[in-house]
Write a protein that binds this ligand. Sequence first.
Ligand code: ADP
Ligand code: MG
Ligand code: MG
Ligand code: MG
Length: 675
Amino acid sequence: MGLLSAGTPLSWDDTKQVANHIRSHGITQFLHIWDRLKDKNGDELLWGDEIEYMVVALDNETKNAKLSLRQTEILTKLRSIVDNLSSETKDAIALPTFHPEYGRYMLESTPGSPFTGSISDLLAVEKNMRYRRTLARKHLKPNEIPLTLTSFPRLGSPGQFTEPYYNPCDAVSSHSLFLPEQITNPHVRFPTLTANIRRRRESKVAINLPIFFDEETPRPFIDPTIPWDRSIYSEDPEAKNGAALPDHIYMDAMGFGMGCCCLQLTYQACNVNDARRLYDGLIPIGPIMLALTAGSPIWRGYLSDVDCRWNVVAGSVDDRTEEERGLKPLEHDRFRIPKSRYDSVDLYISEDWRNRPEYNDQPIVIDHCIYSRLRQHGLDDLLSKHIAHLFIRDPLVVFSEIINQNDKESNDHFENIQSTNWQTLRFKPPPPKSPIGWRVEFRSMEVQMTDYENAAYAVFITLLSRAILSFNLNFYMPISKVDENMSRAQGRGASQSEKFYFRKEVCPGGNTPKSSGSSSPVDGSRPKDRKMRNCFPPPEMPQNGMPKGPVEEEYEEMTINEIMNGKGESYPGLLGLIWAYIDTLDVNPQELSKIHSYLDLIRRRANGSLLTPATWIRNFVRAHPAYAHDSVVTQEMNYDLIVAIDEIERGVRSVPDLLPEYYTGGEVDGGSISP
Ligand code: ADP
Ligand code: MG
Ligand code: MG
Ligand code: MG
């Protein structure tokens, strides 16, 4: 997560003093990149995923599953195997990369080098993910497992949830009532981030998730596990003074959010304009995929009434002051800011003629000086607004050694602000001194428990991103409706019980590409592509000009099943569009069958014939013999759940309500499945 520069962090007071310096030089650095690379064109499709794991230590005697705090040791071991290989071997097998993450129990892995647009690379992603997991497993203790689970159910619960045990009384960075200092990656960046968010906000973060009321859950629910009367840190009374709401699960530290795991995907675009088109195209997809991948129903030992991590992470890094949150009149701060640094995208940025100004219907807070500077430099309105919006934030960690940089060669100050704006999509400019192009990162999805599922979602988003560019799909709708979808996506069972705003007509001129079902090319005159292409001409404005009907008539509420699998004659669903795109590719029957095994999972999750991970986990707890129907997830239930998840991943436990019958724990061989 972000830059890991080494050095001495400034105190919070000193960080504030240099905030303008960091912002101003960050913009200079961006402008150097812009001047050099704004016309960069013809970059091929390169893409890659990021998967986050939590290392869990099983104690079979006490029946406890605990977070293992051995990240540093494990990463050192994983690095040493890479270092010990000869350079030829390294090149030949492109060893994956493991990165540290916020939690001291977390690992992140990425492929050793990005995938290309070839079909074989697309279908290699599952094998690659499995290889990464196997490699991680090899460097763990026999009782440790690398788990891809979005939230750890008993993080912050009474008793022992870390291995080794640490007491939350010493949480010097977060001042949490629940999480010990040692939960956090010891690299100085992470404790500093944690402490500076608290200092900037002038209180601890406060996250309240509604409790899931089961038959025996007391009403009102006043959490007996909160140490209401602790008095170690000055913020300790916050809980009883209103920060902890009744009928809610209260969390008070960055670790509750940034200690979650997710699945992210990054795509290199042909040029900056395509990157902006892809970014916009994926904005309305963000909440839909959040609902569909939902995997986190348990928080701090309780079943909650939500299924997703999003609002927890948003709350966990919400560094806004009371003035910025609108609780007090503006006096010392510069802006009222509606959202946390971690939240959904606020602005469509493409100059595509189809991007009607009405879609950017939320007032957007920008730094006007930065906006003017960008405009004077020649940048267009939307990209200037995008950057000037990111740059309303303060830097949270500044290292004294690198305050003065060569702005032509470094992007450190730019990235300082950019990488602490955690939104559903990230528009990634090329780094200086590298061949890398303009990229877009899709960030809303929850990580799935098996690599088959993670690969399925990676393949789905990759194919959808190609369909967006090659068919010029139009998913625009007002950003306020995307925000509303974000909120709906997180509720319990949302993928089946909610409706979501979605655009009715997504294909140019209503010409919906249709899959023949036999994988023949949509346009018979063009030979099929052997690779997923990256460069497509932008959509042409129709001769009679822009359509100008009321925006409200362009979208309606649909179920996730309709959004994915289609509605009526005119809307084929995202899966229908993807199949039409696959028709333009030269894929052999075996490949086709493998693609089918992935899209089939998504089709079935969308129509409800397979459960989301969140629903499956909730059902597991509610059916557990020790469950008292009071929303409490005990140490023993947590242990059984973690063991079950590990068994599912290894294919020794069959879960026909969660995974297709052909999942065996090995890499799914699509051989027996036909489209
Ligand atoms: P971050 O944490 O900043 O989002 P990571 O380095 O962890 O970034 O992950 C970036 C992902 O992008 C990896 O999967 C990597 O393989 C992929 N990637 C690397 N280079 C490119 C590129 N030129 N275009 C697209 N993706 C890339
Ligand atoms: Mg990460
Ligand atoms: Mg990363
Ligand atoms: Mg990322």
